[in-house]
Ligand binder design. Structure first.
Ligand code: SF4
Ligand code: FES
Length: 272
C-alpha cells in the first residue's frame, strides 16, 4: 500500500474490450507511488481502488512465471520486475505487448509463441529407444558441455523478446527469438540426438535466415538470455554443415553413476 504523501504518477493505460465495436483507447489513472513500488503494484492499486475492470496478467510477482510482460513507455518490461521510479517520469504509458493478439486490456494471447516453442521439439531426442523407454543409467554431460547452452535454459517464456523483434512483427511465419533460442538450446545439448530434425525446421526462408540481427530480443530479455546469439549460432551450424566442416556429433553415452559413495556427514543435533 502506498505511504501517505506519496508522489502522484499518471498511468496512461491502453484499454481494449473484446466486445464487437470496441476500439483500443487510453485511460488515465492517478497512482500514489512510493519508493520500491513496482509497475505491477501500481496496476494492482488501480484495480483495487479505481477501476476493478482493468485486466492484466500476473502470478509470481518475482520475475519467474513470465506472466506480466507489457510495454511501459514503449519498451517491453516485466511489470513485477520494474520499479516505477526507474522511469524518472510523472507520466507512464502502459500498453500490451506488440506482435501478439490482444485478449483484453493488457493481456495478450501467448498461444502463437507457445506453438512456435512446441514446434522446435523442446525436449531431448534420442534414437536409443530401449534406453529411453526403460532407463538403465544416466546420459553423461560434462560441466563444459552444459556451459554451451546453460544461459538459454533461463528462458521464462514471457514473450518480451518476441514483442521487441521487428521480424516477428512483419512475418507471422517467423518462429521468433524465443523459439529459435530454444531450438539452439536443445541442438547444443550433448545428450540430444535430434539436431538434424530441428535444423531442417529453421533452415527456411522464414527461419533463421530471416533474422536481421536487430538484437532487440536480447536487449529486452529480463533474464539475461541472448536469443540473437542463439540465432547466429544456429546459422553457423547450418553454414558449416553445408560446407562439410561439421561432423554429425553422436549424443552422449549412457554411463552408470559412480558406485563409490562418500561417507555421510552426520546431521547436527538441535540443541535449544
Ligand atoms: S528469451 Fe528472454 S525475453 Fe524471450 S521469452 Fe525467454 S525470458 Fe522472455
Ligand atoms: S508476475 Fe511472474 S514474472 Fe511478473
Amino acid at each position: 500500500m502506498p505511504e501517505s504523501g506519496a508522489k502522484q504518477i499518471t498511468f496512461k493505460v491502453q484499454r481494449y474490450d473484446p466486445e464487437p465495436g470496441s476500439t483500443p483507447h487510453s485511460q488515465e489513472f492517478n497512482v500514489p507511488s512510493s519508493r520500491g513500488m513496482t509497475m505491477l503494484d501500481g496496476l494492482i492499486y488501480i484495480k483495487e481502488n479505481l477501476d476493478s475492470t482493468l485486466t492484466f496478467r500476473t502470478s509470481c510477482r518475482m520475475g519467474i512465471c513470465g506472466s506480466c510482460g507489457m510495454l511501459v513507455n514503449s519498451y517491453p518490461h516485466l511489470a513485477c520486475h520494474t520499479q516505477i521510479e526507474e522511469f524518472h517520469s510523472d507520466t507512464l504509458t502502459i500498453k500490451p505487448l506488440p506482435n501478439l493478439p490482444i485478449i483484453k486490456d493488457l493481456v495478450v494471447d501467448l498461444t502463437p509463441m507457445f506453438n512456435n516453442h512446441k514446434s522446435m521439439k523442446p525436449y531431448i531426442i534420442r534414437h536409443d529407444t530401449e534406453e529411453m523407454d526403460s532407463p538403465t543409467a544416466e546420459f553423461v554431460q560434462r560441466p563444459e558441455e552444459l556451459a554451451t547452452f546453460l544461459q538459454f535454459t533461463y528462458c521464462i517464456k514471457c514473450g518480451l523478446c518476441v514483442s521487441a523483434c521487428p521480424t516477428s512483427g512483419s512475418d507471422k511465419l517467423f518462429p521468433g527469438p524465443q523459439a529459435l533460442a530454444q531450438c539452439y538450446r536443445y541442438c547444443a545439448d550433448s545428450r540430444d540426438g535430434g539436431g538434424q530434425e530441428r535444423l531442417s525446421l529453421v533452415s527456411t526462408d522464414h527461419g533463421v535466415w530471416h533474422c536481421h540481427l536487430a538484437g532487440a530480443c536480447s536487449e529486452a530479455c529480463p533474464k539475461g538470455v541472448d536469443p540473437a546469439l542463439a540465432i547466429q549460432l544456429l546459422k553457423r551450424r547450418l553454414a558449416s554443415q553445408a560446407l562439410g566442416l561439421r561432423k554429425k556429433p553422436s549424443p552422449s553415452p549412457v554411463v552408470s553413476p559412480p558406485t563409490e559413495t562418500k561417507p555421510k556427514i552426520p546431521f547436527p543435533e538441535f540443541t535449544a
